[in-house]
Structure formats: C-alpha cells, structure tokens
Design a protein around this ligand. Structure first.
Ligand code: B12
Ligand code: SF4
Length: 721
C-alpha cells in the first residue's frame, strides 16, 4: 500500500486563504475580476496573481508545495520582510517540512497559518531553483484526442513536494509543437529537463535530445516513460549525458533536484540508468561504463497523485481525466515486461477525496463534459487480503464525489479455477456493487480464448475460465471491453482458427440479468440451457476493442526471449521499444502484417470514436458504439478471410507474392464495403452529435474516406485504454 501523510486528507482551502492575504496586506479583498479567476492549480500563475492583487504592497511572491498544501511566501515592500502563508489555512507546524529548510527558513509563529518568516539566501535559492521543465512528447496526428498527462503531472507533484525549484509543464497533446519544445530548451534552457515518452514517440525524443546535445552546456537531462524504459541502453549509448528513469519517476525527480543542489551524487539517485561520469584531477569530465541504481518499489512511494496544472487545458482540447489508484500488476504475463511498472500496490481510498474535489472544480468549468475519470491502473483490484473492501471504498469515494469511472482488471478477479462457489458469489456481488458505485466500464485483458496460447502468454488463465468470466460479467451488467491478441509469432494455424472461432462465439455475451441473484448467475454460467436462454446473440468480437491486433515483442519481455531463442528476431524497432520478429508460420506473419495495415488504415477514425465515447454519455455513447461495431464486424470478416486463405495456401508453397496479392485484393474489397456501411452509420451519428464532437468527427471521417495507399503508421492500441 502507498503510505500517506496526514496532509493529503486536509481540506484544500487556497481560495479563502488567498482572499485573507489580500485583506491583511491591502485592507480589501481582491478586485472582482481577479477574484473570479484564481489560478489555483498553477503556482507560477498564482505568483503573478498574488503580485497583481497585492500590487504596491509586496514586491515578490513565491508559491511552493503541492496542490493540497501550497505554501505562499510574499515579501513586503515597506520593511522587506517575508511572510509565509499555508494556503490550506493550517498551522505551519503541521506541515511535514523537508529537512533542507533547517537553518535556511525559519517560521516565526509555527502555530499560525500566516506568519513572518526568515529566509536565508540559500533558502531562497532552494525555493526558486532548479528550474525544472517537464515535457510530454506526443504525435497528435496519430492520437487526435488527448488524455490528462499523468506522468509529468505526477513528477511535478513530486518535485513540488520538496518545496524546491520551479516546475513548468509542456504537453504536446495540448497545442505545444516540437519546435516549441526545442525553442524552450534552446532559448530558456532549464536547469533540469525531464522528458516523458511512450510508444511511438522515439523520433520526437531523438530530435529533442539532438537539440540538447547541440547546446554549449547541457542541463541535467532525464527521460522516462514506457518507451524510454524499453530503449534505455540504446538512448544512453547515443546520448551519454542522458539519465534514464527505469521505473516510477517520483523519487527519481526528487533525488535529481537534490543532486542539482549538491546533496546527492548521481549514484544516489533512485531508479536511473546512466553512463558513469568520471572526474580525474585536471582532466575534463569523462563518460565511462553503464550503471544503474536501484528503484524504489511501488509500495514505498509516498503517493501517486498528480498536480493539475494541465487539466483545464486537457478539457479545453476535449481530452479526458485520468488518475491512478494503484500501480503495477499482480501477474507477469510473458509479453508484458514488469521491470518498469513493477508489482501491485494500491492507494488507500482516504487519499482520494481532496484530489477528486479539485478535479471536480476543474470539471465545473466544462459543464458539457461527461464526469468520467479513467483510472489507468493496470489491475484495479489487486490481491491483498482486503482487496474487496479497498475496491469498494475507492468506488464509493469516486461515486460520492459525483464521478463515474473506468478502469482495467484481470479476468481472474471474476472467475478462478482454484476457488470455490462462495468465492465466486462474493466476487459477483463485488462486481454488481462496483457498477452501482459508478463503474462505467472495465477493460479485461482476455488476450485469448485458446488455452495453449494463454499458456504461452503466461496469462495464468485458461480458455474456459475466460468464457465463464465473460458470461458472468455480461450477466451481472458490468460494461466491459476486452483486449485480445489475435496473431502471435509462435502460433500455429490451428490456434489461429481456434482464435477466429472463439471471437465469433455467440454463447459468451449474456443479457444483463438484473432480475437474477448473483448465486443464480454464478451457477447459471456453467449451464448450457441457461446460457442459451440468456445469450444476447452477438458474437464476442463485438466487445473486443481491437480484434486484429498482433503481439508486440517488447524489449525485455519473456515472450520476446522465446521468439529470439526460436531464431525469429530480426532487429530492433526503438520507435515502439520492440524487437522486430518473423512469425514461425510465414503465412500467419503475412496475415498479421496485412491485419496491421487494416488497423492503421482505420485507426484515426476508430480512435476518434473511442475518445468521444469517453466524454459523451447515454444515447450519444450508444450511437457511437453502434458505429464502432460496424468497424469491428468488418475486421472480423477480414480475419475470417485470412483463416480460409491459410487452408488454400500450404506453408510449403513459397509464393509470398501470390499470398500477399490475395490479401491486398481482399483488403481493398473489405474497405469498399466498410465505406458503404459507414456512409449509412455516419449520418445517423452526425444527426445526434453535439458541437464540437460533430466537427471533429466530420473531419476525421472525411480524412478516412480520402483515398490512400495501404501503409503502417506505427499506431495501435491493444493496451486498450
Ligand atoms: C494511456 C495509455 C496509453 C495511451 C497513451 C496516449 C496518452 N496520451 O497518454 C495509448 C492508448 C495511445 C496507449 C497505447 C499503447 N500502449 Co499504453 N498505456 C496507457 C496506460 C493505460 C496509462 C499511461 C499512464 O498515464 N500511466 C500513468 C503514468 C503515471 O505512468 P507512466 O507514464 O509510466 O509514468 C511514470 C514512469 O514511467 C515515469 N516517467 C514517465 N515519464 C518520465 C519522465 C521522466 C523525466 C522521469 C524521471 C520519469 C518518467 O514516472 C512516471 C510516474 O511514476 C498504461 C498503463 C499504466 N498504468 O501505465 C498503458 C501501457 C503503458 N501501455 C502499454 C502498451 C503495451 C501500449 C501499446 C504499445 C500497446 C500496443 N501493443 O499497441 C500502445 C502503443 C501504441 C502506439 N502506437 O503508440 C503497456 C506497456 C507494457 C509494459 N509492460 O511496459 C502499459 C503499461 C499497459 C499494460 N500493462 O499493458 N497507451
Ligand atoms: S498484461 Fe496486464 S495482467 Fe499481464 S502482467 Fe501486464 S498488466 Fe498484468
């Protein structure tokens, strides 16, 4: 469990405190125009606001600390004395002050929230330095709608918690271009530059690092994120000045700030990989061998909450709110390297109310948006002894703050072959209750319905278990999304055929059986008559987010090692942090390649629909789902054709051109059919969609319709978020 400081449970009362400061210093409340717009989520803007409100009375303002416990320091013009305000309105003595303040900052009246303070020159230096720039890279052309950038927002909170430095955030999802990022690095080089990159952003990372390399002196540069962790060695070899965060970055960034101030050596910064810097008397700095420092386990992090500087902008760009209530996973699937995300640790529900209220305040400025929070937990429930109680408490907290929420979970939180009926009844009750407490949708990484494939994936599940779980969830009325890896490098034609059959099964999705007890459902899902009576009659693929997805051989994954051992590896693809590999059966490899062409051809349109599904509610959401079903049905037809083609073209026949030719003809024909189907579905959707969703969708639909050659864009989304 993430341990918590008491501070997180305090009520955030910045606004009242700021107004009180204004009254105490100027004798009046802030002018109404300023009072209406208090930029409380952004410390830099808050400093400007304070200077404006107290113009003539103060000549300096510093806002430090995290959103739930901001500290404002102002210098009076009359006597040059500093005053410190705890913006929560709590006595200064109740703050967990970092140890660096000793002898550098002395609060005169620690039992008050507003007190004179003596700040030594070194104290001022620490409060205002280093200047930290955190950048999130992004290709908006691949993923048109943004998500709240949790990674850099979490790092910002971690740095601010030290009361040191000034943090600025730049997110390329939110109108910032690569030129803006490079311009900021060149023209206002920060003291510490933190770059966050996930899959598909390697090209952007290289361009930023090239620009940094060209500077006459480099800032302290750290890079992190899912992609960076995969490409660590490659990046460090190419950019010896670079420090790579190998896991959660909160402690790493805090240590980096201490390093910048000379309190820690490089070897003491948690969770990094780097080239050792060797200093020999009288010689220039030399870069030596690769080193890495131990990471902090997830359970030892203080918290995993973000600052909200960029939330308002995320909403302005029609993006969605994201949060985590746990980190890491309970399993070790062979295709999912765990080094970076780590093992499961959950946050206590008591850590959430204040941040949910702050998020709600930002939502209030965007009344048209659906009040949904996306919990990007890899596994929402976990396996702690109190897992059920914790999950219910988190759900209740979200629900009572007025949110519905979505998340991800393993299927073995629903059905387990090694558990008895009582366990399943308790779980069924849990799922029903979670829905009642605002669970809007949950993603399950089914990944396959074929047991031999699941074994290879080390999913620790079997096909029948998945089938039972899908039935149970649908009968309980849990809105689900399933991810499914359709092609994998080591699969046989029989497994591909079984995959096709599983995805086409109509005995898995049942009606929402509200009228039945959880016991009746738990028993019923095993009974063919019950299933036949309650089946919706829709194939499973209608619930699979991306049916034609192929295995990604991520660097460092156990599955990738098996592929390498089979002699199928063909080099690295740093853009996706993966190993490029052949398929054991070349025909399945060609099918996978053409399936990817199909996905990429339709990706932007489907991703736009998916993102809209997130911020719209009710009937509109249903209309969007119908349009997405049209796309999924076409994908399933593509898969069916591929399976039939395998029967017609033996593996021993080496004519790949002929095989590819037939696949391409099929794709062309399917695309024409899909265009026709979408030209019926789109006007129906267009008629009900509000602005600006309508405009966005029209634009994407027009782009999608425009003729284009089949090509890859390196974009897919089977992590299914
Ligand atoms: C949102 C998301 C996406 C979005 C990303 C877009 C966006 N705008 O954010 C989309 C939907 C596009 C996506 C796609 C994919 N995703 Co994804 N995604 C996620 C998800 C659910 C949340 C990411 C997040 O915000 N995490 C929370 C933040 C706080 O964690 P973080 O980003 O890792 O940041 C921390 C550290 O990495 C580090 N850090 C990050 N940046 C920096 C920078 C510095 C300077 C420092 C010091 C530290 C640091 O500190 C942060 C705080 O601790 C994660 C699951 C997860 N919980 O992480 C999967 C996840 C990252 N995705 C995953 C995968 C595999 C993919 C795909 C490759 C799937 C595929 N096969 O196609 C695709 C890539 C597609 C493509 N072409 O790009 C996997 C990675 C597997 C692994 N073990 O590494 C994850 C972990 C899910 C999973 N368990 O399977 N994804
Ligand atoms: S794929 Fe999902 S279930 Fe498997 S280890 Fe990764 S996060 Fe956990």
């Amino acid at each position: 469990m993430f341990c918590r400081t008491k501070v997180s449970t305090l009520t955030v009362r910045s606004r009242e405190s700021l107004f009180a400061i204004s009254v105490m210093l100027t004798g009046r409340p802030p002018p109404s125009a300023l009072a209406a717009e208090v930029p409380d989520t952004n410390p830099a803007e808050l400093e400007i606001w304070l200077r404006e409100v107290c113009r003539g009375v103060i000549d300096e303002a510093i806002v430090a600390g995290t959103l739930d416990r901001r500290l404002a320091l102002v210098r009076r013009v009359d006597d040059g004395g500093w005053w410190a305000a705890d913006l929560c309105g709590w006595p200064h003595a109740t703050r967990s002050w970092p140890s660096w303040i000793e002898k550098r900052l002395a609060i005169h009246n620690p039992n008050a929230w507003w007190s004179p303070v003596t700040i030594a020159a070194e104290g001022l230096h620490r409060l205002t330095g280093p200047r930290v720039l955190l950048v999130a890279l992004y290709h908006p052309e691949f993923f048109p709608l943004p998500r709240f950038p949790l990674a850099i927002s979490d790092l910002a909170r971690a740095v601010r918690a030290t009361l040191m430095g000034r943090v600025t955030l730049m997110d390329m999802q939110l109108g910032v271009t690569l030129d803006d990022v490079i311009g900021a690095v060149r023209h206002h080089p920060p003291d510490i530059l933190g770059i966050s990159a996930t899959f598909g952003q390697h090209d952007l990372m290289i361009r930023v690092l090239d620009a940094v390399e060209a500077l006459s002196s480099q800032p302290l540069v750290l890079a992190g994120g899912s992609l960076t962790a995969r490409n660590e060695r490659f990046l460090i070899d190419r950019y010896p000045f670079l420090i790579v965060a190998r896991g959660a970055g909160e402690r790493t960034m805090q240590d980096a700030v201490l390093h910048w101030h000379g309190d820690l050596t490089l070897a003491q910064i948690h969770g990094i990989g780097y080239q050792k810097r060797e200093v020999h008397c009288g010689e220039p700095l030399r870069i030596g061998s690769y080193r890495h420092n131990a990471s902090l386990r997830n359970g030892r992090l203080n918290d995993i909450l973000p600052e909200l500087d960029l939330l308002d902008q995320t909403f302005t760009y029609h993006g969605v709110a994201q949060l985590e209530t746990s980190r890491g996973c309970t399993n070790y699937c062979s295709f999912c390297p765990r080094g970076h995300k780590g093992t499961w640790s959950g946050a206590d529900s008591s850590a959430l109310p204040w941040i949910l209220r702050e998020i709600r305040n930002v939502f209030d400025r965007h009344p048209d948006l659906s009040r949904t929070i996306y919990l990007v937990d890899e596994e929402f429930i976990g396996r702690e002894a109190n897992a059920i109680e914790r999950a219910l408490a988190v759900a209740q907290t979200l629900h009572s703050e007025g949110f519905q929420w979505e998340t991800s979970c393993r299927i073995d939180q629903v059905v387990r072959c090694d558990r008895d009926r009582a366990w399943h009844v308790a779980r069924a009750k849990l799922w029903r209750e979670l829905v009642r407490r605002g669970l809007h949708r949950c993603l399950f990484g089914v990944e396959s319905g074929v047991t031999s494939i699941l074994r290879r994936f080390q999913k620790e599940t079997i096909g029948e278990q998945n089938a039972l779980a899908i039935r149970t969830l649908s009968a309980l009325g849990v809105p689900t999304r399933f991810t499914y890896i359709t092609f994998d490098h080591l699969m046989s034609p029989t497994e591909l055929r079984q995959t096709f059959e599983f995805q086409g099964r109509c005995d898995l999705l049942l009606h929402d059986l509200v009228e039945l007890s959880v016991e009746e459902i738990v028993d019923g899902v095993h009974d063919p008559e019950f299933v036949a009576r309650h089946a919706v009659g829709q194939p499973l693929y209608s619930s699979i987010s991306y049916p034609l997805v192929s295995m990604e051989c991520l660097m460092g994954a156990a599955y990738t090692k098996r592929v390498e051992a089979a002699g199928l590896a063909r080099g690295l693809d740093p853009s996706m942090g993966r190993v490029i590999a052949e398929f054991a059966d070349w025909r399945i490899g060609r099918c996978s390649h053409h399936a990817q062409l199909w996905i990429d051809r339709n990706f932007a349109l489907d991703y736009t629909l998916k993102s809209m599904e997130k911020f719209l509610d009710g009937q509109l959401q249903t209309a969007i789902r119908s349009a997405r079903l049209v796309i999924r049905t076409a994908a399933f037809q593509v898969l069916g054709y591929m399976v039939r083609l395998l029967d017609q073209h033996p593996m021993e026949d080496p004519d790949r051109l002929a095989f590819d030719g037939r696949l391409l003809i099929m794709l062309d024909a399917q695309l024409i059919a899909l265009r026709d189907a979408m030209s019926v579905a789109m006007p129906e959707l267009d008629a009900v969609l509000p602005e600006p969703a309508q405009q966005i969708l029209r634009r994407e639909h027009a782009r999608w319709q425009a003729p284009r050659r089949w090509g890859l864009i390196n974009a897919a989304d089977p992590c299914g978020t």
